[in-house]
Design a protein around this ligand. Structure first.
Ligand code: 5GP
Ligand code: MG
Length: 180
């Protein structure tokens, strides 16, 4: 596979679609086992998690599982703005329910800690977190992540739902930035 250019940046292939599929299935199997007797509400954090959520949710075999979507934004370009906005909120009643946040990537953990705080106000029974990617070396906040598909070093990546200035979400594989 070749490098690709998105606007001013070059990216090289990093995690293949086959590796991603295996990692997603492994996470789904763990969730299926842990939450088999619950009626979990999966909460996909848009935009980045939409591809992961679609693949993960179709591997979930819990009969009472439901999915919904919320929208958050903290990144502009390749840098976090340090501020998280919940652009479109939650319409479901989550009190007494197990919620499974579906994230594309946990970097500093700031987005996740903010989201968990907001959801706690609605009195869920439990909040679990499933993320496609986790950058352990970038974590700055003390936030528990229950299910990680893939650990990665702190470089900027795109593809499989993740963007660079809204581009690259349609890439089937994950690409990492080429530093010059
Ligand atoms: P955090 O709040 O944990 O620092 O950042 C989380 C959010 O930043 C993610 O949900 C994602 O939208 C964005 N983000 C963090 N790292 C990357 C990355 O390497 N690539 C892309 N495309 N987005 C990232
Ligand atoms: Mg995100």
């Amino acid at each position: 596979m070749d490098t690709i250019k998105l606007k001013d940046l070059t990216f090289k292939p990093y995690i293949s679609k086959e590796e991603i599929a295996t990692a997603v299935k492994n996470v789904a199997a763990r969730i299926n086992k842990d939450l088999a007797d619950k009626n979990p509400l999966f909460l996909c954090v848009l935009n980045g998690a939409f591809v992961f959520a679609a693949d993960l949710f179709r591997e979930i075999n819990i009969p009472d599982a439901e999915i919904s979507f919320i929208r958050m934004k903290s990144y502009i370009g390749t840098h976090s703005t340090g501020e998280v906005h919940m652009i479109s909120g939650l319409h479901e009643d989550i009190s007494g329910r197990t919620v499974v946040i579906i994230e594309d990537i946990v970097d500093s953990g700031f987005t996740l800690i903010q989201l968990k705080e907001k959801l706690q106000e609605c009195n869920p029974a439990d909040i679990k977190v499933a993320t496609l990617l986790f950058k352990p070396e970038s974590l700055k906040y003390d936030v528990n992540i229950d299910y990680v598909a893939l650990d990665i070093p702190p470089a900027f990546i795109v593809g499989y739902g993740l963007d660079y200035d809204e581009l690259g979400r349609n890439l089937k594989d994950i690409y990492t930035i080429v530093q010059d």
